[in-house]
Design a protein. Structure first.
Length: 226
């Protein structure tokens, strides 16, 4: 998969205010339809990835491509002694995240506009990087994974939810259609596992795979240099 041109339709949607305003509601990310398609309700996804990230041991967490903060805020609430940074490319998403985090009184949450391909953080500064619903939108996945690996501390955890491409002919055909129309790249487990290994991650695991959705977790080796 080579670099993609300009902004995909998928990314333009993420900057479209009407969608941003309903993104977290029961009409989209928390909808029954989304849960059926993904094979997992949002709260269970959050619990699974929090466990894989060993969030209770983290002090510095990056929620990469945080959108409206659907993960960022629960992480901030759970981190009694830590801080969470939410980073996203979409200004409307970040405005929504800011509004909601103020409403919920999250005092340990910072929001940054930036690109996953060029993270504005020093090397080794996060215990956990979480990135949900977004790797499949990145125009250069190897570069984004290299950046995630760079900003993680040795022994740091990476968790993700990505679009999945199942093995059947029908699933492969549908995934190709989605990529052509929306610029959304769906990964087979083998492909994502390979991408993680190429970026230097170890201990890759896939706690959920169903239909078009896959949860993944991996680590930066404790022996890795910062
Ligand atoms: C579907 S939303 C996911 C939001 C949230 N993480 C979730 O799990 O629901 C995808 C987000 O990825 C962001 N995004 C896409 N490409 C990005 C990039 N290169 N750098 C940073 N954010 C990006 C979009 O702006 C959008 O807010």
């Amino acid at each position: 998969m080579g670099p993609k041109p300009s902004k995909s339709l998928g990314q333009r949607l993420m900057e479209w205010r009407p969608l941003v305003s309903i993104y977290e509601s029961r009409f989209w990310r928390r909808s029954g339809l989304f849960a059926r398609i993904a094979g997992i309700p949002f709260d269970q996804e959050l619990a699974t990835l929090s466990r894989e990230a060993r969030l209770e041991k983290a002090r510095r967490v990056l929620d990469l491509a945080c959108g409206s903060g659907i993960y960022t805020r629960p992480f901030a609430h759970r981190l009694a002694h830590g801080r969470v940074v939410g980073l996203d490319l979409s200004t409307p998403m970040l405005a929504q995240a800011l509004r909601r985090s103020r409403e919920e009184g999250c005092g340990n949450l910072d929001l940054v506009r930036g690109s996953a391909l060029d993270l504005p953080f020093r090397s080794g500064c996060f215990d956990v990087v979480n990135c949900c619903g977004a790797v499949h939108l990145f125009p250069d996945v190897p570069r984004a994974l290299a950046e995630i690996q760079r900003v993680l501390a040795p022994g740091g955890r990476f968790t993700a939810a990505v679009f999945r491409r199942g093995p059947s002919e029908r699933e492969v055909r549908r995934a190709e259609q989605r990529e052509r129309m929306m610029g959304v790249h769906a990964f087979s487990r083998e492909e994502f596992e390979g991408r993680l290994a190429d970026a230097g991650f170890v201990a890759a695991r896939f706690p959920h795979e169903h239909g078009v959705w896959m949860l993944a977790a991996a680590e930066k080796s404790a022996e890795a240099s910062v």
